[in-house]
Design a protein around this ligand. Structure first.
Ligand code: FUC
Length: 785
């Protein structure tokens, strides 16, 4: 009894202290002295979940480019023969390929695989993008707003406040002041752009779209553009409603003229005919959607919309705060700040800004009922973007969603989880035709139309692990939220079908171990009798299915088979130079620096390898990582950050964070070592890919909190640079929410919240202790030494 009282008093104190530090935040602003001149590297991203927009902040003319996640070229309406890439009966060649591999005739096996197992796309000039009927995510268009003023500009500032999700442009001309405020409002599904001035000002507004125009008009203060994507005819509509407190509007030939206005608000609503349903992927009543949005907006003022937005945004964003130490650099524009940091200046504030930016980007681009984020989140200014701005399964899309659960944004995970579910039906056909297995699969590249076949080139396109890796996210969503209904209804059925594929695809090697054959390690090396990543992913999905079945109290033929299969898979192998083998064959080159380190999946995001349970394998992973080096494309650097955190090497992880924040300006596709960060803090592969931003933030969490072992570990990879700090609101598996306060590298206080009386284990300051939450669902730790 005595102890309990003591605990609850200290819990109370901890709650007060930990929550008061939560409020103090380093500045959460990106800002610049100049307008953006480049979309990819300088323009600033805003979004309302559905729409991603970039603003430039030009003085004479504002430019706002935007894209809606469902607008895609390609698919069934671009080609009547489109069939999710399927090559009928490809599996009839499988026995021969396997036989050749067993006989050591890998060149011949490779040749047949390359000719018989490639997916099919149809390309040609009439398609919008290089990827033909596979399609590509599409920009919707650009709004240009000319401002009628002249003179010398002073006090210019272009900024993005990620604490409030507000973009701003401010400047003066003589004694006249101008201010623009931009934001995406999710509850009302609208983008809001306001132009204010201290004197009456004229504007000229025009919308430009690269797509075919169906109708363009202006009625009752609302501009409408109905268009369609040329190759598949996918219709869409974008409307811009104008709200003026003063001034006069006229319209002529696609241009809106505003005269003498001090306050102009543009409300932009967009929708397409796309639906996420196989096989037609269409039928959304896009015009009715917009009509409804605009009707509801009629009674709302700018202030109402801003209030609604702030309430919605802060509900998600404010769940987590991070303070890694003071920053002296808040008064330096972000581009210069990034450069100074790269030159060696310590700037913990920039690091926490980068972390929160990932959360900002996720809240802005991924909300329930919106399309899943793609390689560029929701920001795409092209009809032919790099890699189609699609859904890559061999690292990119998973990485893009890594921070969702860790940083307390479970709701933002939902669009991806729904997308995964939508792939099951087409993915089953693909598994049957290519490999004659049960279950579903998807390969390296996946689009908005169920393309689940191998890519149209091998080796890069051959990656049967996509479905199982995607499905890890379904299990994680349950594991972090403890939403059993989600597990039963949505997650488990999809996970189980992903597991069936592997149960059927794996074959026995000469020692009776199950291997993936034929296989290719993602985008690296030749044909193999067992790519390690496949084995680790198969292990992961089977293991997660087994855990899920325990939760759901299912014990049937499938679970028995899952256990047998998991335990017979060839485990990770250590090779001749102490490395973790990328393939069943011990052929790794110690001088190889390839960006994909797929065979470390078991270390992260898997949990088959750990420093505590499998120290020898962890050491082999360390040897491999050292050999691969600390450079790479943007996402490759971010993944290495996560790996080092899992190896409990905080300083090396921190070095990778610094490497990820290397200033980059190149926008060309570069595949080796050119990765880093643009002036707008978006990740440079190059070109821009959102994965590095998200992987970087996830890795920062892995440095502060890990829970994949079933134990909540506080500060598992703390670098020297972060000896004092505070974090509030991170999530741990088991549905826990964790606050940590630390000093001189030791946890001084921590609070864990969850379900009343829930218990688990905590690793803190080198001790592992069992704990139980009290009746209010709270446990407080304080370091008494
Ligand atoms: C994979 C990677 C590339 C790039 C592309 C989008 O193919 O190997 O580096 O990130 O995805």
């Amino acid at each position: 009894m005595k102890k309990l009282i003591k605990l609850s008093i200290s819990t109370y104190l901890i709650l007060i202290t930990v929550s008061s530090f939560a409020q103090e935040n380093n500045s959460l602003e990106l800002w610049y002295y100049e307008p953006a001149s480049n979309w990819m590297t300088e323009a600033l991203p805003i979004g309302n979940g559905y729409v991603g927009a970039m603003f430039f902040g030009g003085i004479q003319e504002e430019h706002i480019q935007f894209s809606e996640g469902t607008l895609w070229s390609g698919g069934p309406d671009s080609n009547p023969d489109y069939n999710i890439g399927i090559r009928k009966n490809a599996h009839s060649f499988l026995p021969e390929v396997r036989k050749l591999l067993k006989e050591g005739k890998s060149d011949e096996a490779d040749r047949i695989t390359k000719s018989e197992f490639t997916g099919i796309i149809n390309t040609g000039k009439h398609y919008n993008a290089d990827f033909g009927d596979y399609g590509a995510q599409q920009t919707m268009g650009d709004i240009y707003i000319k401002v009628g003023h002249s003179g010398e500009v002073s006090s210019y500032k272009r900024s993005l406040d990620i604490g409030k999700a507000l973009g701003k442009v401010e400047y003066s001309i003589d004694d006249k002041n101008y201010r623009r405020t931009f934001f995406g409002n999710y509850p009302s599904n609208v983008m809001v752009y306001r132009f204010e001035s201290s004197v009456k000002t004229d504007y000229e507004i025009r919308f430009k779209s690269p797509h075919t125009k169906i109708v363009q008009n202006f009625k009752d203060g609302v501009y409408a553009f109905e268009g369609k994507v040329a190759d598949n005819g996918m219709p869409f509509e974008t409307k811009i409603a104008l709200k003026l407190s003063d001034g006069k509007i006229t319209y002529k030939d696609g241009v809106i003229y505003i005269k003498d206005a001090k306050d102009v608000v543009l409300l932009s609503a967009s929708s397409t005919a796309y639906t996420l349903t196989y096989p037609t992927y269409k039928g959304n009543v896009y015009k009715a959607d917009n009509e409804k949005v605009l009707q509801e907006l009629a009674s709302k003022s700018f202030d109402d919309l801003k209030r609604e937005h702030l309430r919605d945004y802060s509900n998600l964003f404010n769940r987590v705060s991070l303070n890694l130490g003071k920053s002296t650099q808040v008064a330096v524009p972000t581009n210069e700040r990034l450069q100074a940091y790269f030159n060696g200046l310590e700037d913990a504030g920039l690091e926490s800004l980068y972390f929160q930016y990932a959360r900002y980007l996720m809240i802005s681009a991924s909300r329930p009922n919106s399309m899943s984020m793609h390689l560029q989140g929701k920001w795409n200014n092209s009809t032919n973007p790099p890699w189609a701005a699609d859904y890559h399964s061999n690292i990119n899309l998973e990485m893009i969603y890594w921070p969702a659960e860790l940083t307390n944004l479970s709701e933002c995970h939902v669009p991806f989880l729904d997308y995964i579910e939508s792939l099951v039906e087409p993915g089953k056909l693909t598994a049957k035709e290519f490999f004659n297995t049960r279950g579903w699969m998807t390969n390296t590249m996946t689009n908005a139309y169920g393309y689940t076949s191998p890519g149209w080139g091998i080796p890069w396109g051959f990656f049967p692990g996509g479905a199982a890796w995607f499905s890890q996210h379904l299990w994680d969503h349950y594991d972090f939220t403890q939403d059993e209904e989600f597990l039963r209804k949505q997650a488990y059925p999809v996970m189980k079908e992903a597991a069936w594929f592997w149960i059927d695809y794996l074959t026995k090697d000469e020692n009776g171990k199950l291997v993936s054959m034929p296989s290719y390690s993602p985008e690296h090396g030749g044909i193999s009798k067992g790519a390690s990543m496949d084995h680790q992913i198969a292990w992961d999905i089977l293991n997660n299915c087994i855990k899920a079945a325990e939760v759901l109290e299912i014990d049937d033929a499938f679970t028995t088979k899952a256990i047998q299969t998991r335990d017979a898979i060839l485990p990770p192998q250590i090779g001749s130079w102490g490395q973790l083998q990328e393939w069943a064959e011990d052929v790794d080159d110690p001088n190889n620096k390839h960006r994909h380190i797929s065979h470390l999946f078991a270390l992260h995001p898997g949990n088959q390898i750990s420093t505590t349970h499998t120290p020898k394998l962890a050491e082999a992973a360390r040897i491999t990582l050292n050999a691969r080096g600390d450079s790479g494309t943007g996402w490759s650097r971010a993944w290495k950050l996560n790996f080092w955190a899992r190896l409990n090497d905080g300083n090396r992880a921190h070095k990778m964070l610094r490497n990820l924040l290397k200033p980059v300006s190149s926008t060309n596709v570069e595949m080796s070592t050119a990765g880093g960060t643009y002036a707008n803090l978006l990740c440079a592969h190059p070109p821009f890919q959102l994965d590095g931003n998200m992987g970087g933030a996830a890795g920062m969490v892995e440095m502060l909190l890990q829970s994949q072992s079933g134990i909540i570990e506080l500060l598992p990879a703390l670098p020297d640079a972060w000896q004092n700090g505070k974090v509030k609101g991170l999530k741990a598996r088991g549905g826990f929410e964790v606050d940590i306060l630390w000093k001189d590298g030791r946890v001084t206080m921590a609070t864990i919240k969850g379900k009343p009386n829930q218990s688990s284990k905590l690793k803190v300051n080198n001790n592992t202790i069992a704990f139980q939450l009290n009746a209010d669902g709270v446990y407080g730790f304080s370091d008494r030494n």
